[in-house]
Design a protein around this ligand. Sequence first.
Ligand code: BGC
Length: 253
Amino acid sequence: MGGTRGFGVDIGGSGIKGCVVDLEVGRLDGERVRIDTPSPSKPELVADVVAEIVEGFGWTGPVGVTLPAVVKRGTALTAANIDKSWIGTDAVKVFTKRLGRKPGDVVVLNDADAAGMAEIRYGWPGDRDGVVVLLTFGTGIGSALFLDGKLVPNTEFGHLEVDGHDAETRAAASVKEENGLSWEEWAHRVSRYIRSLEDLIWPDLIIAGGGVSKKADKWLPLLDVRTKVVAAELRNDAGIVGAAVAAALNVEP
Ligand code: BGC
């Protein structure tokens, strides 16, 4: 992998988090830094925050960056929870320039895909076979689909229409906060969402990630779904770790 350390930055709708990553074990190497996502979250403003984080660590190597968006060949194609001006933006170009890196040193990928790559690589070794879906519950709902450990990039299962609603507007973790839902009420919504997803893709395993995976014991037991659901082993750090891996391997899903 050309070194045992990498760097990942995970851009979310509310916070931008980054850290050096130990690529041998797939864990953060030190304390991660989190800065609020600028408002508006326009590319140049976000790039300034990314640079602040990377430079704060004195990091000069390759950098992996996640976006909460469909990303193809480095260009963002959607923007559900970030500024709409990201749509059509060559994110690799923006970050490469702002970070003063050479071409190939910066990789940009979808946040859930990055988290899934980290989980598949470093988490639950016995559970990688078959159809595995990682779902991240945060500002929105992100998804990463794997078949026998291989990523099918840019699935957007968080936008599945359930009971006439975009699923993430009913079952994201942010909706629990905004509406003061109890764990039971929220788990009921998540179950409804997962059952719709299950009917379409019949996964063998679902990995639940995002900030609320830290409190998995409060809601995973309340789920009423067919598929086995486990908490992401890397919890909310999976995006940072996956971004660092993608940059170190120079893979752009
Ligand atoms: C976006 C996805 C993203 C997810 C989690 C959704 O609104 O469409 O691309 O992975 O939020 O951030």
